[in-house]
Design a protein around this ligand. Structure first.
Ligand SMILES: C[S@@+](CC[C@H](N)C(=O)[O-])C[C@H]1O[C@@H](n2cnc3c(N)ncnc32)[C@H](O)[C@@H]1O
Length: 353
């Protein structure tokens, strides 16, 4: 029997998948924070438990579903249902803004084909405006050791490409830095010295409207989305040149070619790879690591231990250095909270190389 001890690992088979989705929905409905999704996750758990057929049809319309983490699937199903609830007008009454749990099965049955096409096309593209803070500090520290040359950066699963455009913006850093507490003194803004900025995304590249739909139905997320709009209007962010590349990070030779062709020496990924199984994530990490020039760096930020908890883990691979560095844990995936040093934090920030 599938145990689903770890919600970030895909289930083994079809029957196991339903069991794992139920465990994931229950666990996510107990997330320590409720920013608008809790009742929907709880409604999903009830629906999967009591009348799973209509939901499992939707689940099976997600491409490559067997390779995806159950917590990720639940998040994406919740987003698609909530978006449909809103777009067909039923969520416009503020009292019913959030999809009520007892409407889930009816909605999933009545709008099966609309929901299936949403799920076949889109991913969870929630995008955070504070996530660049940690790469900004770590990359500036790292590249200060090598002196001088401009750094071309590639962001994996870039969403609307906000993180690469925020990097090296002092205005953006100062707007958000106060919300994140670091282990010792607060870092002051230091430039990385970014050259070209690239981001890869799956086709179709998400637009701002889809990203908005991935925010939860709550005032908390309304404020976060307003911050996203404000960030996009910061002159340095608007002016930053940035190229979208429509490419799948699982195409490992393609990834290696891209890093070489664009002379990339810094790669970032934030909340992009957690949805895949550990071997897939590891293969992507290893391919990037092998492709980096000596002294290049890949920073990967993923939910920790899984999406049903608020925090995330920051790891780094350095070109020419064998071991992966475990740098820090951030207490909250929206980066309003604290950074706790992990095993290699001091080694990386103070004494490296
Ligand atoms: C949750 S969003 C995170 C966006 C942004 N990195 C952030 O942290 O705010 C994850 C993004 O990764 C993209 N993604 C997922 N798998 C991918 C893949 N194999 N190749 C490229 N992009 C991928 C998704 O389409 C989605 O937009």
């Amino acid at each position: 029997m599938t145990t689903c001890a770890r919600l970030e690992s895909p289930a083994a088979d079809g029957a196991g998948l339903r069991h794992c989705l139920l465990a994931a929905a229950r666990s996510m409905s107990e997330h320590p924070q409720d920013h608008g999704w809790r009742d929907i996750y709880s409604g999903l758990a009830n629906a999967i438990n009591e009348e799973p057929e209509s939901l499992m049809v939707l689940v099976n319309s997600i491409p490559g579903v067997q390779d995806l983490a159950p917590a990720y699937i639940i998040g994406l199903i919740a987003i698609s249902l909530q978006q449909l609830w809103h777009s067909n007008g039923r969520g416009e009454d503020p009292a019913y803004r959030r999809l009520p749990g007892d409407e889930i099965i009816g909605l999933a049955t009545e709008y099966r084909s609309e929901l299936s096409s949403i799920l076949a096309k889109y991913r969870n593209s929630f995008t955070g405006v504070r996530r660049f803070l940690v790469p900004q500090v770590l990359l500036a520290k790292h590249f200060a050791r090598y002196g001088g040359e401009l750094v071309n950066i590639l962001d994996i699963g870039t969403g609307i490409g906000i993180l690469p455009r925020q990097l090296d913006s002092q205005a953006c850093f100062e707007r958000f830095a106060g919300d994140l507490i670091w282990p010792a003194e607060s870092p002051v803004f230091a430039k990385i010295g970014i050259g070209d900025r690239f981001g890869i995304e799956l086709d179709p590249i998400p637009d701002l409207a889809w990203v908005h739909g991935c925010y939860g139905p709550s005032e908390y997320y309304d404020r976060l989305f307003q911050e996203m709009r404000d960030t996009l209007a910061i002159p340095e962010v608007r002016a930053a040149s940035f190229s979208f590349i429509s490419q799948d990070a699982r195409d490992l030779p393609g990834l290696a070619r891209l890093i070489a062709d664009k002379n990339v020496s810094a790669v970032t990924a934030a909340y992009s790879l957690y949805q895949y199984s550990p071997p897939v994530r590891q293969a992507i990490g290893a391919a990037i690591h092998r492709s980096l020039p000596r002294g290049g760096i890949f920073i990967d930020i993923e939910p920790h231990p899984a999406l049903d908890q608020p925090g995330c883990l920051v790891e780094a691979w350095i070109g020419g250095v064998d071991d992966k560095l475990t740098i820090c844990v951030v207490s909250d995936g929206h980066f309003r909270g604290s950074v706790t040093a992990a095993t290699d934090y001091d080694r990386f920030t103070r004494t490296w190389p």
